[in-house]
Structures are given as structure tokens and as C-alpha cells.
Design a protein around this ligand. Structure first.
Ligand code: MN3
Length: 199
């Protein structure tokens, strides 16, 4: 069973006024995300992971180590990461639900402090990767960063928010200014309703 490239949950130009251009979404979704889907499906055929759910195939190939991780894991995890990423942003007013505001304040001191720490994690990821807000196995909220395609599924954590810090995510709109991209992501692009729904 092959995995599909989901449509964006909004038009390609829907986030342009919020700092993510139509051109970025055309490249990022239609070319980069599609490549992860196509390459992942190609490598999956006739492998021992064929027939698994996407999540199971990701955790199994991660556990299997270097060989499985070199191609199959990277493509499947990036496929899943981008599926989440599009849903975690939105064109609406993106107001933060009260319950999430409380949870972030309880865990990080304040929403502003959470944003500061999340942006620092993304800016501090050397090379390609992701910054995450996760719910850990003990229920606590944590900020993490991962390299390349590695994601919270690998550690048994629930991904509440993820920000792609690969250059292809910000180079068209922000050039080399990754911190500015992260700040804009947190202040304008995140669909906090979606984040709260993952708790
Ligand atoms: Mn990407």
C-alpha cells in the first residue's frame, strides 16, 4: 500500500500575508514533500516494512538502525513530518485556546518564554532538522530539536508542534535568517487550535 501526498489544507497563497509565500509552498509541498512520498514509496515496495502504518514503519526503521535509516526512514519520517507541518499552520486568526496558554505557562513560565525557548531550539539546530513541542511519555511538555527527519515518534513522544528548519522552508522568504523565520512562524503562522487538539 502506497502512501499519498495529502493536499495542503489551504490554498498555496493562503499564508502569503503571514510570511510564507505561494512560491515557498509550491516548492516545499509540491516538490520537496512529494519527493519524500515518491522516494519513500519506492523504497517501501518489497521491504519488510510494506503494509505497516506510516507511524509503525517510521518507528521500526528508526529502531532498525543505520541501513534502514539511510533511505527508507528518512523519506517516511519526512513524509509524516510535513503531513503534520501543514496542519500545524493556518490562515485564520490563529488565536491560542486558553487551555493551551495555561499549559504552556505552567511548563515554561509564560507563552513568551515558551516561544523564546522554541525559537532558540530551532535556531540552535546545527544543519537541517526540526524544532518540536512534544508531550513526553510522562505527560510533561518539552521543547526538543531533532536532526534531518528524526521526529518525536522515534522517542515515543506526541508531536504537538513542529517547525521545519531545513533551508528549503525559509530561504525564499527569509533568505539566511532562520531566527526571523522562527519568530514569524510562532507569531503568525501556527494554528494553535491544531496544537491544542493534539494534547
Ligand atoms: Mn521541509
Amino acid at each position: 500500500m502506497a502512501f499519498d501526498l495529502p493536499d495542503l489544507p489551504y490554498a498555496h497563497d493562503a499564508l502569503a500575508s503571514k510570511g510564507m509565500s505561494k512560491e515557498t509552498l509550491e516548492y516545499h509541498h509540491d516538490i520537496h514533500h512529494k519527493a519524500y512520498v515518491d522516494n519513500g514509496n519506492k523504497l517501501l515496495i518489497a521491504s519488510e516494512y510494506e503494509g505497516m502504518s506510516l507511524e509503525d514503519a517510521i518507528t521500526s526503521t528508526y529502531k532498525a538502525g543505520a541501513v534502514a535509516q539511510s533511505g527508507l526512514f528518512n523519506n517516511l519520517s519526512q513524509l509524516w513530518n510535513h503531513n503534520q507541518f501543514w496542519e500545524m499552520m493556518g490562515p485564520g486568526d490563529n488565536k491560542m485556546p486558553g487551555e493551551l496558554e495555561l499549559a504552556l505557562a505552567e511548563s515554561f513560565g509564560s507563552v513568551a518564554k515558551f516561544k523564546e525557548e522554541f525559537a532558540a531550539a530551532g535556531a540552535g539546530q546545527f544543519g537541517s532538522g526540526w524544532a518540536w513541542l512534544v508531550k513526553d511519555k510522562d505527560g510533561s511538555l518539552k521543547i526538543t530539536k531533532t536532526e534531518n527527519g528524526v521526529n518525536p515518534l522515534c522517542f515515543g513522544q506526541t508531536a504537538l508542534l513542529g517547525c521545519d528548519v531545513w533551508e528549503h522552508s525559509y530561504y525564499i522568504d527569509f533568505r539566511n535568517k532562520r531566527p526571523a523565520y522562527l519568530t514569524n512562524f510562532l507569531d503568525n503562522l501556527v494554528n494553535w487550535e491544531n496544537v491544542a487538539s493534539r494534547m
